[in-house]
Design a protein around this ligand. Structure first.
Ligand code: F6P
Length: 319
């Protein structure tokens, strides 16, 4: 192993830069050359490679986004593009690849592994919807951003005696909304994995009003429906004033928390160690207080289930 590549793909996640830094600096410490591949799999198909040195990753550990740029590559879904990507790596003398991203990125990594490329996946997505790891890089930052937003909204909701519906990111999964909801003491949490029960939401608001609490916060994942429609339904049953706040991409940017930086540093470095040991087709992740690696195909076959215990707890605590 003389030279390795690193790319970020899919939705950016705070901490991706810290992971790139770890890959580069661990690689250099082992005597490897490191090449950055820009714009994810699109850049791999196009040969958009960037020679990197120690200084290339200076002052980025605390920055959100990704210095390598990212893309959700539709071209890479075609087998011909996957073949071409493997050829590009071979011609550039890149002996191993680190892919930093979410589920779609891991699918891409698996295709490259099937073509003989030693590849290690590093889970990074604010959705935290990947099995076999405690946290994905970026999740902690996004939860904190969401909880901070709800803190602010609760101030104005209380002042005006309003009900706020706060939409978090998470088109297909509710891990983020659930964590934000619990951390911010939301009165109701709505996620795509469970049916939305408008009656129950109304009952909770009404019960609070009976206790003299004239404001409420409902945290809703992007994939759990339309916040404005929900507001209409609640407004037709209860005499309350409603507002909807969509957090959107605000929740995906920003400086990564120390937790995400630590995680990214450890996972990025371990990915390089595995390549150095001539391993491939694996995803690194946390297991207890340590780090482990699992076959990517196994990771992709497993579904990361919603923590129903946490959901129940949220309902009990937000009485
Ligand atoms: O990266 C994951 C995610 O942020 C989801 O939470 C969200 O549903 C989606 O990406 C948004 O994608 P885009 O940035 O392409 O609009």
């Amino acid at each position: 192993m003389k030279q390795i590549g690193v790319l970020t793909s899919g939705g950016d996640a705070p901490g991706m830069n810290a992971a790139i830094r770890a890959v580069l600096r661990r690689g250099i410490s082992l005597g490897l050359k490191v090449v950055g591949i820009r714009r994810g799999y699109d850049g791999l198909i196009d040969g958009d490679f960037l020679a990197m040195n120690v200084s290339s990753v200076g002052d980025i550990i605390h920055r959100g986004g990704t210095i390598l740029l990212t893309a959700r590559s539709q071209r890479f879904e075609r087998p011909e593009s996957q073949d071409l990507a493997a050829v590009r790596l071979d011609r550039a003398g890149i002996d191993g690849l680190v892919v930093i991203g979410g589920e779609g990125s891991l699918h891409g990594a698996l295709e490259l592994a099937r073509r003989g490329v030693p590849v290690i996946g590093v889970p990074a997505t604010i959705d935290n919807d990947i099995a076999f790891t405690g946290n994905c890089i970026g999740f902690d930052t996004a939860v904190n951003a969401g909880a901070e937003a709800v803190n602010r909204l609760r101030d104005t909701a209380a002042a005006y005696e309003r009900v706020f519906i706060v939409e978090t990111m998470g088109r297909h999964s509710g891990h983020l909304a659930l964590a934000v909801g619990v951390a911010s003491g939301a009165e109701s949490i709505l996620i795509p994995e469970l049916p939305v029960d408008t009656k129950e939401v109304c009952c909770r608001i009404a019960r609070r009003m009976e206790r003299g609490k004239s404001h409420s916060i409902i945290v809703m994942a992007e994939g759990a429906g339309n916040g404005f429609e929900l507001a209409k339904r609640i407004g037709s049953s209860l005499d309350v004033e409603l507002r909807v706040t969509v957090l959107g991409h605000v929740q995906r940017g920003g400086t990564p928390t120390a937790f995400d930086r630590l995680l990214a540093s450890q996972l990025g470095a371990r990915a390089v160690d595995l390549l150095q040991d001539r391993r491939g087709g694996l995803m690194v992740g946390t297991e207890g207080s340590g780090i482990n690696a699992w076959p990517i195909d196994e990771v992709l076959r497993a579904e990361r289930k919603i923590d129903l215990g946490l959901f129940e707890l949220a309902n009990v605590l937000a009485y």
